[in-house]
Design a protein around this ligand. Structure first.
Ligand code: ADP
Length: 205
């Protein structure tokens, strides 16, 4: 079978990525979540977890033998060289696992959710990038409400992410999610048709 069209979905925290992906999923479109894949590649007993332990030691395991993400985050936050090492372990494994998920897709296209997409080169398997966008004040109030954080805490997270302009520069398509859910659903319906048409062209090519 020919491969599906692969659409990367990105957007800042609170922009509405999960909301938009859930709407595509209602049309039966598979959504591969790279955050979830990042957890899959280091489950207890995995080769990925052994590779992480080989570099970071047994201290980054919880008493139950799971990866202690908070401890690991703290370590790499203090040491950029370690962060690079960790990425060198995780990124190829995450890519391989995403490819394995894509290989199982039977629909004309699928979505890959990538919260921190910062460039296209490292994600060459993406055919297109869909950016979910909204004004920063809207992001802030949504995340304050969803996660019970203060505005300052949300702004601190947003500062660690790509800027709105950087993200928009990567976009083939943009969903503007600054209004109500009806408006965003209408955009999803249109894009679904567009991606089906593009997938058909790609298959014919
Ligand atoms: P992300 O996955 O990008 O962090 P979410 O999809 O979780 O963002 O959306 C953040 C919060 O805002 C969620 O609680 C979601 O239900 C809400 N939300 C998203 N889009 C809208 C919208 N158009 N109108 C109202 N609430 C929204």
């Amino acid at each position: 079978m020919s491969r599906p069209l692969v659409i990367g979905v990105t957007g800042g925290i609170g922009s509405g990525k999960s909301t938009v992906c859930a709407m595509f999923a209602e049309f039966g479109i598979p959504v591969i979540d790279t955050d979830q894949v990042a957890r899959e590649v280091v489950v207890p007993g995995s080769e990925g977890l052994s590779a992480v332990v080989a570099v970071f030691g047994l201290d980054i395991l919880t008493p139950r033998g799971e990866l202690d993400r908070a401890a690991l985050r703290k370590l790499v936050f203090q040491n950029p060289a370690l962060r690079v090492q960790l990425e060198q372990i995780l990124h190829p494994r995450i890519r391989a696992q995403v490819a394995a998920h894509i290989a199982k897709v039977t629909t004309p296209y699928c979505l890959v959710g990538i919260p921190l997409l910062s460039d296209r080169k490292s994600q060459s398997y993406l055919d297109r990038v869909l950016v979910v966008d909204c004004p920063e004040e809207v992001q802030e109030s949504r995340v304050m409400q969803r996660d019970g954080l203060t505005r300052e805490e949300v702004i601190a997270i947003m500062k660690t992410q790509a800027t709105r302009a950087q993200r928009l520069a990567l976009a083939d398509e943009v969903i503007v999610n600054g209004g109500d859910l009806h408006a965003v659903r209408a955009e999803v319906v249109q894009l679904h048709q567009r991606y089906l048409a593009l997938a058909e062209q790609t298959v014919d090519a």
